[in-house]
Design a protein around this ligand. Structure first.
Ligand SMILES: [Zn+2]
Ligand SMILES: [Zn+2]
Length: 349
């Protein structure tokens, strides 16, 4: 079968690879769409210790079951697939901290989503694969995985209809956070960013936008929140200055959540009295759980989160390297690889 293979940083090429073979309980899907994730772009640029080339990237997958050795699934079922799952029985899982399960990545999709077909191992097929509603297109739900990660984050915050949320960062995850915060009942959502074309799109997503190129974020945010600062701040960029700024801006009793990963060996300085006297909470999250993936799918199916506002580019499988390359330049917002697109497709939607 055809796949876009990652050979080394900077090199992804269309190649022919062996089709995966199923074991008992597994299913095989034909990949219909696969989102291009920031982590795919990162791996493409500099590699990661977890991805040993040659490998197939892509994990935001929706597709159709074409072969099944699982009693749960039938040929023709349309599914969205989470690409990892907690074991469910270790001490962290039993404490409700499944994203910290040491076995989280032990059951993997095989290979990644930038391939014509994919094997979904038994545990994932049983507990982390979800049926897509018949009247819903693949495109409407292809953002389930990244949205699930945002849901995992906003669930840690005590968002209420009274509270305002500031999202720092206008990348795809920042923009999705605005919708996750709204779905969880936030009264007002502010977004600050530095990419003009993304802020333009964000007009339909956030209640207030702050262009950090031209506006002083701290004073603007103070103004917009009645002088008190936001109740909840989600830092969806990998910059220490943004985390610092969030701690300075958050209102007493508020919460700062670090969503993006930071470069290694950084340190954040903070005034401990912020935590003590102001009762500010500093939180962080990573990944998502199957139930959050399911909730994300439901929000997308119902149209509460409209994928069309995010997906700006569509590529064919032979254009994956180009899609990743363009991702490094922050072009558009979210790109998808469409396995049914004719060769050479690279279009703006
Ligand atoms: Zn992703
Ligand atoms: Zn576990």
């Amino acid at each position: 079968m055809r796949a876009a293979v990652f050979f080394k940083p900077g090199k992804v090429e269309l190649d022919t690879i062996q089709e995966p073979v199923l074991e008992d309980g597994d299913i095989k899907i034909k990949v219909d769409l696969c989102g291009v994730c920031g982590s795919d772009i990162k791996t493409y640029v500099r590699g990661t210790p977890y991805t040993i080339p040659p490998a197939v990237l892509g994990h935001e997958v929706v597709g159709t079951v074409v072969e099944t050795r699982s009693p749960k699934w039938q040929e023709g079922d349309r599914v969205a697939v989470a690409h990892y799952i907690p074991c469910g029985v270790c001490s962290r899982c039993l404490d409700g901290k499944g994203t910290l399960c040491p076995e989280l990545f032990d059951r993997r999709i095989d290979p990644g989503g930038f391939a014509e077909k994919m094997r979904i191992p038994r545990d994932l097929a049983e507990r982390a694969t979800f049926k897509i509603r018949d009247d819903v297109s693949f495109k409407q739900v292809v953002l389930a995985e990244p949205l699930a990660c945002c849901i995992h984050a906003v669930k840690q915050l005590s968002i209420s209809p009274k509270s305002n949320v500031l999202v720092i960062g206008d990348g795809p995850m920042g923009l999705l956070h605005t919708q996750a915060a709204k779905a969880f009942g936030a009264g007002k959502v502010l977004l600050s960013g530095m990419t003009p074309h993304r802020l333009q799109r964000a007009k339909q997503l956030a209640d207030y936008l702050i262009d950090a190129n031209t506006e002083d974020v701290v004073s603007k945010v103070k103004d917009l929140t009645g002088g008190d600062g936001p109740n909840h701040i989600i830092v969806a960029v990998p910059y220490l200055e943004a985390a610092q700024q969030a701690l300075d801006m958050v209102c007493p009793g508020g919460e700062v959540l670090l969503f993006g990963g930071f470069p290694k060996n950084q340190s954040l300085s903070l005034d401990p009295n912020k935590i003590h006297y102001d009762e500010v909470k500093l939180l962080g999250t990573v990944g998502s759980l199957p139930e959050e993936f399911h909730l994300a799918l439901t929000l997308l199916e119902s149209g509460k989160v409209d994928a069309d506002l995010f997906i700006t580019h569509r590529y064919s499988l032979d254009k994956v390297a180009y899609a990743l390359e363009r991702g490094t330049k922050q072009e558009g917002i979210k790109a998808i690889v469409d396995l049914s697109a004719s060769e050479g497709t690279a279009e703006e939607l």
